[in-house]
Ligand binder design. Sequence first.
Ligand code: CP
Ligand code: NVA
Length: 311
Amino acid sequence: MATTKTPPPRHFLTLRDLAPEELRRMLRRASELKAMQRRGERYQPLVNRTLAMIFEKSSTRTRVSFEVGMAQFGGHALFLSPRDTQLGRGEPIEDSARVLSRMVDAIMIRTFEHSKVERFSAHSLVPVINGLTDRFHPCQLLADMQTYLEHRGDIAGKTVLWVGDGNNMCHSYINAAAQLDFRLRIACPEGYEPEAAVLQAAAGRCEILRDPIAAAEGVDLVVTDVWASMGQESEQAERARAFAGFRVDAALMSRAHPEALFMHCLPAHRGEEVTAEVIDGPQAVVWDEAENRLHAQKALLELLLIGEVAT
Ligand code: CP
Ligand code: NVA
């Protein structure tokens, strides 16, 4: 029997899986898909296609945006939790990848160790999407960068301030700085810096600073995130002490450029990493940012499952 060799699937585990120009095109496409949806245009390129979604951590935005995106595209999404699949009973990740990828067309995973999505993707016959790991959250960056583009235009040459933990979101901002050519100031307490290996990816574009107020001087975008990420609940009190001086408040925002935006991937803790005045204030674009998860991920699914779409 003649066998045809299928090309290996394209995965999206970090932003670096996209070429910079491809990322820029995808952001424009996301806004176009958003406009089409608003006009009530029916566009269903994924009829009969299925996305499996494995969630080993909680989610509101990621789950709903992928599920709704697949529905709008005419396809279907399948929610899988370790509580009621064999993954939770110790079936090897490699075997789960082999089995699932023979039945579905793409797989999204939210988990703890980044190495888990790498191992999964190495054994998957279909595209694997990182829906958040302890090290990266690339889907959120698609939405953030789309949001910046829609409100202020190209982010190239701008200065972004990250305030807080050198966590998965911070790592993804570092990758975005490299891909989209912006400067990134990271204001974090000692001991909570991003990984050196990740920083290296954007060497020359990032700097670590200790005074968040001074770091805010003239920046175009201020971003923060929770002080204790999922899986770090036991460190909550210790982290609250370490990050006490790293709250985004009106005083910090007043040092930024007058047109500066504020973003937060959500969920947020008002009174901890950000004051209510800022997150509910005029510079915050957090609701657009949350909505854009839907549009940006539709553009991602389109690219991974159909290929380049002429825009
Ligand atoms: N921002 C984000 O990923 O939200 P969820 O945890 O609700 O998916
Ligand atoms: N850093 C946060 C992001 C949540 C979307 C976490 O990992 O919990």
